[in-house]
Design a protein around this ligand. Structure first.
Ligand SMILES: NC(=O)c1ccc[n+]([C@@H]2O[C@H](COP(=O)([O-])OP(=O)(O)OC[C@H]3O[C@@H](n4cnc5c(N)ncnc54)[C@H](O)[C@@H]3O)[C@@H](O)[C@H]2O)c1
Length: 285
């Protein structure tokens, strides 16, 4: 029996794309699933697909930016499966791209509420359930390579994904003694509908940016990269392989991004060297 078999995972944004691919890979390991997503139509399709693979699935309507809805999902999970061992904080949106002066405040709030606060609320609702049985478990937060490298014209997306990488490092240290292993998935481009995130933009974030053309052209650029990206189904398999090996950072791509991250580290290192040679600070480390 593998370590995942018979255990239960809650997956936010599990109805499509990377979330669904993780759900399929976990189902193949014998896990029971709660798919929680804002899009009910996609939930029905995903659940049918997973049940055809023999998986035990519960679907739940969830807007990750609403903490009380997370509490309802937690209750539904316990009612149906009795315990939870894994949280996959996957739901995310592209937000609004474009030059800073042309981005709308509502676009920023939407990205922060879903991509960052959605992860925080997920932890608050589900981690107590994982702690409750004392058997340990897993948290997988989905960030991005944009959590390691600043994406031009994508300030809100970059800021939220850097935050999720930092939050995951913090949780990894916080939960180290509890048997809950934390990972942060940082994909490069994957072929999903992330560039069509506006389809899931709730009414409360309606005020658009001042020049929708800016958003549209940034979205077109992202669309080109995403459509040429890795097939989503590979990501779920990669995640299972990496969490079995207890990796903290789960990467999906190496070429291109690796060199850029090394360059960033080297720039940071040079900044430390600059402090040690500062005529003002070198004697006061
Ligand atoms: N596709 C890529 O190239 C890529 C790269 C790096 C990181 N990511 C990250 O992967 C994660 C999944 O994105 P994807 O590429 O599969 O996109 P996707 O748009 O195909 O899927 C996102 C899923 O999240 C759901 N969702 C959106 N808003 C929600 C909300 N408020 N509450 C609950 N569910 C919500 C959607 O209905 C959908 O099922 C995101 O966090 C994204 O930032 C994607």
């Amino acid at each position: 029996m593998n370590v995942f078999e018979g255990k239960t995972a809650v997956i936010s944004g599990g109805a499509e794309g990377i979330g669904l691919s993780i759900a399929k890979a976990l189902a193949q390991e014998g896990m029971q699933l709660i798919l929680a997503d804002i899009n009910e139509e996609s939930l029905v399709k995903a659940s049918t697909e997973l049940k055809a693979l023999g998986a035990s699935v519960l679907t739940a309507k969830l807007d990750v930016a609403q903490p009380e809805q997370w509490q309802t999902v937690a209750e539904q999970a316990i009612d149906r499966f009795g315990s939870v061992h894994m949280l996959v904080n996957n739901a995310g949106v592209g937000g609004e791209g474009g030059p800073l002066e042309q981005q709308g405040i509502d676009g920023w709030r939407w990205a922060v509420d879903v991509n960052l606060m959605g992860v925080v609320y997920g932890g608050m609702a589900i981690v107590p359930l994982i702690k409750a049985h004392g058997e340990g478990g897993w948290i997988i937060n989905v960030a991005s390579m944009a959590g390691h490298l600043g994406l031009p014209l994508g300030g809100a997306y970059t800021a939220t994904k850097f935050a999720v990488v930092g939050l995951s490092e913090s949780w990894a240290a916080e939960f180290a003694e509890t048997g809950i292993h934390v990972s942060v998935l940082c994909p490069g481009f994957v072929k999903t509908r992330i560039h069509e995130s506006q389809r899931n933009r709730p009414q409360r974030y309606t005020s658009k940016n001042t020049q929708t053309n800016a958003t549209e052209s940034a979205e077109l650029q992202i669309k080109r990269y995403v459509e040429g990206g890795m097939p989503a189904d590979l990501v779920g398999k990669r995640v299972v392989e990496a969490i079995a090996a207890k990796e903290l950072y789960i990467f999906t791509h190496s070429e291109g991004f690796r060199e850029a991250v090394q360059k960033r580290f080297s720039t940071i290192d040079t900044a430390f060297a600059s402090v040690s040679s500062s005529q003002y600070l070198s004697e006061n480390p």
